[in-house]
Design a protein around this ligand. Structure first.
Ligand SMILES: *Cc1c(COP(=O)(O)O)cnc(C)c1O
Length: 386
């Protein structure tokens, strides 16, 4: 049975395979016995391999062991968890913060605390799968609005019964397109229609805003949105996620949020690593500056070569291809020439919008970016894209 379903996927060029690395993540990796330039990681600031972050993880492991031993509420709240939550609340300038095991779990855990059966959720068409799954778990009705199209959202909001509890969910920085949600106008719409706005800032955290506090900081709307969700596994180089917000909301989540309650606490090492990464992020703005310099270098180069990009304004620079089969072939060409930037296909992106999702980090050197650009040129020509 599984065999035939896999065959169906294969017929559509939609089979996925694991690509095991034999090195740490970084600007170059060891893949299939070769050294290649990596343009796919979300470790935007290189913090996953930062010496101070590694040291914090080692020390926490030596002091507190490899596993927390229980869920947070039983006896799994160790010093690194408490320190991380305090550091996150201070960073996000909110009264309190709560750590989840992952961003996926945070969305499953927080959305049902904001809305329930009888309520109405509006989601951007390109929002992350975990927001959709969180919405489903809440049992509220789900409506989808066109990507970043606030006229569409407004027309949907106007058609609804104003008395129903209403939630709007969106990525802050869209993971597969690299563009930003129009947060100031979204916040205004939410205020006008008495809706709650929930922004998942997995990719914005550490990347966007003058202090790296994320997309809300970038747009200057932090104080219009009382609670902020972000993750620790991307720019912060560790794993986990947080909800930063009012103390009563956090207490409510501790008491009712099942993906927080019924799971083992994150390992002490990952909490301590995230905490150390937060310190580096705040003390060393040069990493973010390098990230944006590299992003502009790569963006200018790809645009000059004539690739069709999305409306990205971030370090995620997708090259639009269309058919899954073509995107796969292009990715194979790139890899053959020493650059790993995988094809992203449905259901991660809508049908007919397969792409090469290129990401850049602070750790890439200008020479590596130039090498990658010449590779894109050669592979683009042999794939008939240029
Ligand atoms: C990566 C991502 C998540 C999931 O976060 P994890 O910590 O990897 O589980 C959630 N939302 C968005 C927008 C993401 O990009």
């Amino acid at each position: 049975m599984f065999q035939s379903r896999l065959q169906q996927l294969d017929n559509q060029s939609l089979t996925r395979r694991l690509h095991p690395l034999s090195s740490a993540t970084g600007p170059t990796i060891q893949l299939a016995g070769r050294s290649v330039i990596l343009l796919a990681s979300n470790d935007y600031l290189g913090l996953a391999t930062h010496p101070a972050v590694i040291q914090a993880a080692i020390q926490a492991t030596e002091r507190y062991g490899t596993g927390a031993g229980a869920s947070r509420l039983v006896c799994g709240t160790l010093p690194p968890h408490a320190e991380l939550e305090q550091a996150l609340a201070a960073f996000k300038q909110t009264p309190s913060a709560l750590v989840y095991g992952s961003g996926y779990l945070a969305n499953l855990g927080v959305i049902p605390s904001l809305i329930a059966r009888g309520g109405l959720i509006f989601a951007d068409r390109l929002c992350h799968a975990s927001l959709i799954d969180g919405a489903r778990l809440s049992r509220a009705d789900l409506r989808v609005y066109r990507h970043r199209d606030l006229n569409h959202l407004e027309s949907l909001l106007k058609r609804t019964n104003q008395k129903r509890p209403t939630l709007i969910v969106t990525d802050g920085l869209f993971s597969m397109d690299g563009d930003l949600a129009p947060l100031p106008d979204l916040a205004t719409l939410a205020e006008r229609f008495s809706a709650t706005l929930y922004v998942d800032d997995a990719h914005g955290t550490g990347v966007m805003g003058p202090s790296g506090r994320g997309t809300l900081e970038h747009f200057g709307v932090e104080d219009r949105i009382p609670f902020h969700m972000g993750t620790l596994g991307k720019a912060l180089g560790s794993s986990g996620a947080y909800l930063a917000g009012p103390a009563d909301m956090i207490q409510y989540l501790v008491n009712t949020s099942r993906p927080f309650m019924f799971t083992t606490a994150p390992p002490p090492a990952s909490a301590a690593a995230a905490c150390a990464a937060l310190t580096v992020l705040q003390q060393d703005p040069t990493r973010r500056a390098r990230l944006w310099r590299n992003r502009d270098h790569l963006f200018t180069g790809l645009t000059r070569l004539g690739f069709r990009l999305t409306d990205s304004t971030s370090p995620i620079l997708p090259i639009l291809i269309g058919q899954a089969e073509k995107a796969l072939a292009f990715a194979e060409q790139l890899l053959a020439h020493g650059v790993y930037a995988p094809a992203i296909r449905p259901p991660t992106v809508p049908d007919g919008s397969s792409r090469i999702r290129v990401t850049i980090t602070a750790e890439h050197s200008p020479e590596q970016i130039d090498f990658a650009l010449s590779t894109f040129e050669r592979a683009g020509q042999s794939a008939g894209l240029l």
